[in-house]
Design a protein around this ligand. Structure first.
Ligand code: HEM
Ligand code: SF4
Length: 558
């Protein structure tokens, strides 16, 4: 069982937190600082927020002897990444009033707002609550936002899968009422037994926990990058059940060889809803009981699975669920993408996917996405769905409403915006990094667009500009934009420097590897120049870029 000795400090903070309450109320009331206490910083993650500071302004503030410019990032719980038009309008207004104004679609199909001052957290959460949105358990050592394949036009079973994402999300919510008391001023419970939590108990999980569901042949969610990956098994347009994969996780630590990225391993198949919920729940309890609680760098399920061994893990799970898992069923993943532009559902409704570079929704000199989306929402004729590649689907539009939406898209030139975006940019993704992420070593979303422009030039030089190549950047080795499952991955090592990682496949079933370390921009471009030139000459037929680099540099025959 898990270590009881040498508990990490976070374990102790969770345990003595009185159901994640800690001293958050006192921290909020303290007007002397824009920050909250250190212990409370660990606890507010479970309420869906991170304390951050503006890293661009640290030196200036220090020279004026001012404390850092603290603010908070709030992340919503949106299983399957869905908002009604009313909820979009509310989010638009909340972002304008309380945050930087940018609505950030994340790589896990939800929304984050940045730059929220301590005094504005409560109004923000209250305003979200009015439209039935919350941020419960979107950060912290707990099950986070559940992902599912984003595109309703992809499959007749999309809605069924989306309902699963919601059910799993609800099933794994913590029982504590702390969120409602602290942020929404609800009455304190007199009978504490009401919030006893058989799943999370008093220490929650050893580390964050992520679940995603995919519908083959698309692996848009990067199902194997999650602690639990569920692969829908569909036969004759009917959902038969799910293959379950466990132990995916991407983050590593530079210089710590004990850490590694890992893709989830398939351990079996289950058919009924009851069985799937039970299996998911008990995978969490195995991790709760066996996960490492002394070293947070080795605490994710991936390390537990490898330490216990896949067979032991499966047997322990079967003991807890009381039935045997069937053998995984066959399926095929052939793509990992968003379907830009108009796509029709099986039931005749329309979906328009808009490219949003790195998920940042704002009005800039090129395109006024924020105003356009508000107009669309104001019609009440389209829902909003978010893809795990940070794009927006204006969804579920009736045939009779399509013209009205099309008119807005034309007026804001969003159709041209999609069409004028190159293949590589459409397949690019970066994490937040500077200026808010405290862990960033290098830039992410502020820099990748600039680098992609330069890479577009190289691709054009070799007439490769139509090639779909998945390219991702993270500002540190935590891998929030899934840079380890890209065909070209950049992992920040220091300001302006990145490891260049190659050899991942297009479908997201093979991790990339370090090709060259610690490169600056000119080195990145000269390395890629040579690799692209050789790819053009040496590729076998329609061989994908990731398969070519794997064969060429990592000595493997496909
Ligand atoms: C030890 C591992 C990790 C740590 C400590 C970590 C920490 C953080 C922090 C501090 C942020 C906030 C950045 C900001 O908004 O300013 C963030 C953002 C985010 N992280 Fe992680 N992260 C880790 C790994 C991952 C992984 C492996 C994934 C998914 C595969 C992930 C998904 C996200 C997402 C979706 C965001 C929101 C912003 C975005 O879309 O880029 N994180 N993470
Ligand atoms: S990958 Fe690193 S730099 Fe980027 S958001 Fe995640 S923690 Fe921050």
């Amino acid at each position: 069982m898990a270590e009881t000795q040498n508990l990490s400090s976070t374990e102790r903070i969770k345990q003595k937190s009185d159901g994640l309450r800690g001293t958050i109320k006192e921290s909020l009331a303290n007007e002397i600082t824009g920050a909250i206490s250190e212990d409370d910083q660990a606890l507010v993650k479970f309420h869906g927020m991170y304390q951050q500071d503006d890293r661009d302004r640290r030196d200036e503030r220090a020279s004026k002897k001012l404390e850092r410019l603290y603010s908070f990032m709030i992340r919503l719980r949106l299983p399957g990444g869905f908002l009604t038009p009313e909820q979009w309008i509310a989010t638009h207004n909340i972002a304008g009033e309380n945050s930087t104004g940018v609505i950030k679609i994340t790589t896990r199909q939800t929304i984050q707002l940045h730059g929220i001052l301590k005094s504005r957290i409560k109004p923000t959460i209250k305003a979200f609550s009015e439209v039935k949105l919350n941020s419960i358990a979107t950060c912290g050592d707990i099950n986070r936002n559940v992902l599912c394949s984003a595109h309703p036009g992809q499959s007749p079973i999309h809605d069924e899968i989306f309902q699963y994402a919601k059910k799993i999300s609800d099933y794994l919510l913590p029982k504590t009422r702390a969120y409602y008391e602290i942020w929404l001023d609800q009455e304190k419970l007199t009978d504490k037994t009401e919030e006893e939590d058989p799943l999370y108990q008093d220490r929650y999980l050893p580390r964050k926990f992520k679940i995603a569901i995919t519908i083959p042949p698309n692996n848009d969610v990067d199902v194997f990058g999650n602690d639990i990956g569920l692969i829908a098994i569909v036969e004759n347009n009917e959902l038969k059940g799910f293959n379950i994969a466990v132990g995916g996780g991407l983050s590593t630590t530079h210089g710590n060889p004990e850490t590694y990225a890992r893709l989830a391993t398939e351990i079996g198949f289950v058919d009924t809803e009851e069985k799937i919920l039970k299996a998911v729940y008990e995978i969490l309890t195995v991790q709760r009981d066996y996960g490492n609680r002394s070293d947070r760098k080795l605490a994710r399920l991936k390390y537990t699975v490898d330490r216990l061994g896949v067979d032991f893990f499966r047997e322990e799970l079967e003991r807890r669920i009381g039935f045997k898992l069937e053998k995984p069923r066959p399926y095929s993943l052939t793509e990992r993408k968003d379907y830009y532009g108009w796509v029709k559902n099986h039931d005749g409704r329309w979906n328009f996917t808009v490219f949003v570079e790195n998920g940042r929704i704002l009005d800039d000199e090129n395109v006024k996405l924020k105003s356009a989306f508000l107009e669309v929402a104001n019609t009440g004729k389209a829902n909003f769905r978010f893809t795990t590649n940070q794009h927006v689907i204006l969804a579920d539009i009736k045939e009779s409403d399509k013209k009205a939406i099309e008119e807005i898209l034309q007026r804001y030139q969003l159709i041209a915006h999609n069409e004028n975006t190159s293949a590589i940019r459409k397949n690019s993704m970066a994490c937040v990094a500077f200026n808010t992420c405290p862990l960033a070593l290098a830039e992410g979303q502020r820099y990748l667009p600039i680098l992609v422009t330069k890479i577009e030039g190289l691709l054009t030089k070799y007439a490769l500009e139509k090639e779909e190549i998945i390219i991702r950047m993270t500002g540190c080795p935590n891998g929030c934009a899934r840079s380890y499952i890209a065909e070209i991955g950049f992992v920040g090592t220091a300001y302006g420097r990145y490891n260049l990682q190659l050899g991942g496949d297009y479908e997201g079933t093979r991790l990339n590897k370090i090709y060259k370390e610690n490169l600056d921009e000119s080195q990145i471009l000269s390395e890629l120049d040579v690799v692209f030139a050789n790819f053009k000459k040496e590729r076998n037929g329609n061989e994908r870029f990731g398969d070519y680099t794997y064969r060429k540099f990592f000595n493997a025959v496909q």
